[in-house]
Design a protein around this ligand. Structure first.
Ligand code: SF4
Length: 100
């Protein structure tokens, strides 16, 4: 089994106990961050062309805090760059108040 983990380092606010890489005041950089992420995914596609991925996991940070177009863009790029199994499990971490 192989999985892809995508880190989304943005949150609505920083919790006092949190050691994860998350930057509440940097949501304005989401566009640039995801543009770099799409490039990195493409850059790794050749080296990982023989793998089939069974899981895709969006963690953070709070992935549900960014605009859905970025998650959609990441999934689109993953599916165009890698072999993803037909029944792949896709997970997105959410925080109450950032999703409906
Ligand atoms: S990653 Fe989770 S625990 Fe950490 S600041 Fe964001 S919401 Fe809080």
């Amino acid at each position: 089994m192989a999985g892809i983990y995508i880190h989304v380092p943005f949150c609505k606010q920083k919790c006092s106990y949190c050691d994860f890489a998350s930057f509440p005041k940097e949501i304005g950089k989401a566009e640039v961050y995801f543009a770099c992420l799409y490039k990195e995914l493409k850059g790794r596609s050749v080296a990982l062309k023989d793998k089939t991925f069974d899981t895709i996991y969006f963690g953070g940070g709070t992935p549900s805090f960014v605009e859905p177009k970025y998650i959609y863009g990441a999934l689109k790029q993953i599916y165009s760059c890698f072999n993803v199994s037909k029944n792949a499990e896709i997970t997105l971490e959410v925080n109450p108040g950032t999703i409906d």
